[in-house]
Write a protein that binds this ligand. Structure first.
Ligand code: SAM
Length: 166
């Protein structure tokens, strides 16, 4: 079930070639199933909690295209990956704000979302960070990165949640 859910986004991720980052990977969803399905793509599992990264590291033995980074999305280098994916990371507008700076121009963000996700809020956030919300299938919000990350982003750790952009 968890595996099906993770792989439901596979075709959306495939639309862009290049490195993938799973932001707030937790126990490894959706990053590990994506890495197993796309062995030619580098997949980074980015996770803020040290203890969780120790568990995730074990998977790098089986999946040579997988790497694990311990840290917060807001503290990473910007414009580095082609695709950022996130599932259950935060409210979608906050997840969008954390993911978009990580992605280079022409790349995309794929958010796994529930039915009550506020699309208008995500579209507003996207426009502030050189992004554009695209037509997305149910259960997903897909954002295209249309330029470089603008100055001022990412905001400092914690700010996106405390003072959401939308
Ligand atoms: C609810 S879990 C979801 C985990 C997994 N994606 C899933 O769907 O099962 C959210 C994870 O995001 C991590 N996280 C929260 N804020 C983060 C941030 N700013 N940067 C990186 N990871 C973060 C948390 O430590 C937690 O492991």
């Amino acid at each position: 079930m968890l595996l099906d859910d993770a792989l439901a986004g596979l075709e959306l991720v495939r639309r862009s070639q290049g490195a993938i980052v799973d932001v707030g990977s937790g126990g490894g969803t959706p990053g590990i199933p994506l890495a197993a399905s796309l062995p030619e793509r580098e997949v980074t599992l980015l996770e803020a909690e040290r203890r969780k990264t120790e568990f995730l590291e074990r998977w790098t033995v089986e999946l040579p295209n997988l790497r694990v980074v311990w840290g917060r999305a807001e503290s990473q280098a910007t414009d580095r990956y082609k695709v950022a994916v996130a599932k259950a990371l935060a409210q979608p507008p906050v997840a969008a704000e954390w993911c978009l700076p990580l992605v280079e121009e022409g790349g995309g963000v794929v958010l796994w979302v529930g039915p009550s996700a506020d699309e208008d809020a995500v579209a507003l956030v996207a426009r502030k960070i050189a992004g554009e919300l695209e037509e997305s299938p149910p259960g997903f919000l897909v954002i295209r990165k249309t330029g470089r990350t603008p100055p001022g982003f990412p905001r400092r750790p914690g700010v996106a949640k405390k003072r959401p952009l939308a």
